[in-house]
Design a protein around this ligand. Structure first.
Ligand SMILES: [Zn+2]
Ligand SMILES: [Zn+2]
Length: 358
């Protein structure tokens, strides 16, 4: 039997149908809104960029209308709200606000970080991060902990160590490795919490084990899927060692790009960025961050960033200032740093005069 061929739509997008008068567009139109919304929720939760989501909105009027349904916006994943600093505009801000109004916790966190650190709207930024934290968003809890540890956005005396430790503990409970490490150090040092060296050490070991497991998971994926972890000669990339697969949150990427594009890496007069290349947090007042006690040349917003940067870069770069002086004077020139050296980060802010070398 000869099949009847019908084509509708006129252009290249028309549907070709055999032996029936029904078309794909008719089938799509017959789908209840609820079904389309469920599909859009699924798509939006796995989108890798806002562009993926916008492409769906631009497909047709119906998808545009249903794509902006609060249920769809509230299910947007971190990729769907991962606005890039180079694309920042009123429209991008409005898009994030739409997701915020729908109750999306990733949008709460991303816009909160952007407002707090980039737009310097501290109150609104912290409030948005708090809304994400209430929804058990671990990065938001950890970021709020760092704000409390550092007294960011305020003065040195605005630090609230007990609140910071409580936020850290909650983030650690939710599986945030940097929060777990920070909590371990706090317990070990009695910083903002009663000293418990044994428990602190246990948490530090646990955080290292979690990070190692994350790295192993990353290496167990097919190399072709993780080209960033493979050097051109096929060997594992040095930069990839020690990095959890999902270390760089889109909000951190935004901060890094923002200050790289607009401030040439400098967030303001006398202010510095965290030296961990995967953080992007800037100081909100002079000498807010702590510096490496080994070389005095790098500054970190947290122990998590210090530990991460130590493994990735700083371990081979750090040299105590006195060793430089000795080398210059021709003394102990053969002395080498051992791989096992551990370096603390010092709190710079104190009542004593600041190091003039800063
Ligand atoms: Zn940092
Ligand atoms: Zn150093």
């Amino acid at each position: 039997m000869k099949k009847q061929l019908r084509q509708r739509g006129g252009g290249g997008g028309g549907a070709v149908v055999y032996g029936t008068t029904r078309t794909r567009s008719d089938l799509f139109e017959s789908l209840p809104d609820e079904i389309v919304i469920v599909i859009l929720c699924k798509l939006n939760s796995t989108a890798s960029s806002p562009a993926d989501f916008v492409a769906v909105l631009l497909t047709c009027k119906r998808l545009k209308k249903l794509g902006l349904h609060p249920l769809v916006l509230s299910n947007a994943g971190s990729g769907a709200v991962a606005v890039r600093a180079k694309n920042w505009s009123d429209e991008a801000h409005r898009f994030l606000k739409l997701c915020v109004n729908a109750g999306n916790k990733e949008a709460y966190y991303t816009l909160g970080m952007i407002r707090f650190y980039c737009l310097q709207n501290r109150g609104s930024g912290a409030s948005l991060m708090a809304k994400a934290a209430i929804k058990s968003h671990a990065p938001a809890l950890y970021s709020l902990a760092l704000i409390q540890f550092n007294g960011s956005g305020g003065k040195k005396n605005d630090k609230d160590l007990r609140a910071a430790v409580a936020l850290c503990a909650r983030a650690a409970y939710l599986g945030h490795v940097d929060a777990l490490r920070e909590l371990g150090h706090c317990l070990q040092d009695g910083y903002g919490v009663r000293k418990d060296v044994e428990e602190g050490r246990r948490l530090l070991v646990q955080s290292n084990a979690c990070e190692l497991a994350s790295v192993l998971r990353a290496f167990n994926t097919t190399p072709s899927h993780r080209p960033d972890l493979i050097e051109s000669n096929g060997s594992p990339c040095r930069y990839g060692s020690g990095l959890p697969e999902n270390k760089l949150h889109p909000a951190n990427r935004f901060l890094i790009e923002w200050f790289g594009l607009r401030g040439c890496g400098v967030p303001g007069p006398g202010l510095r960025l965290c030296s961990d290349g995967w953080c992007g947090r800037p100081e909100t007042r002079r000498n807010e961050f702590r510096r490496c006690s080994g070389c005095g040349m790098v500054n970190y917003c947290s122990r998590g960033c210090q530990a991460h940067d130590w493994r990735v870069h700083h371990k081979i770069e750090c040299a105590p200032m006195e060793e430089w002086n000795h080398a210059i004077d021709g003394v102990d020139e053969e002395e080498q740093l051992t791989d096992d050296r551990t370096v603390e980060i010092d709190e710079i802010e104190s009542d004593e005069p600041l190091d003039s070398s800063l």
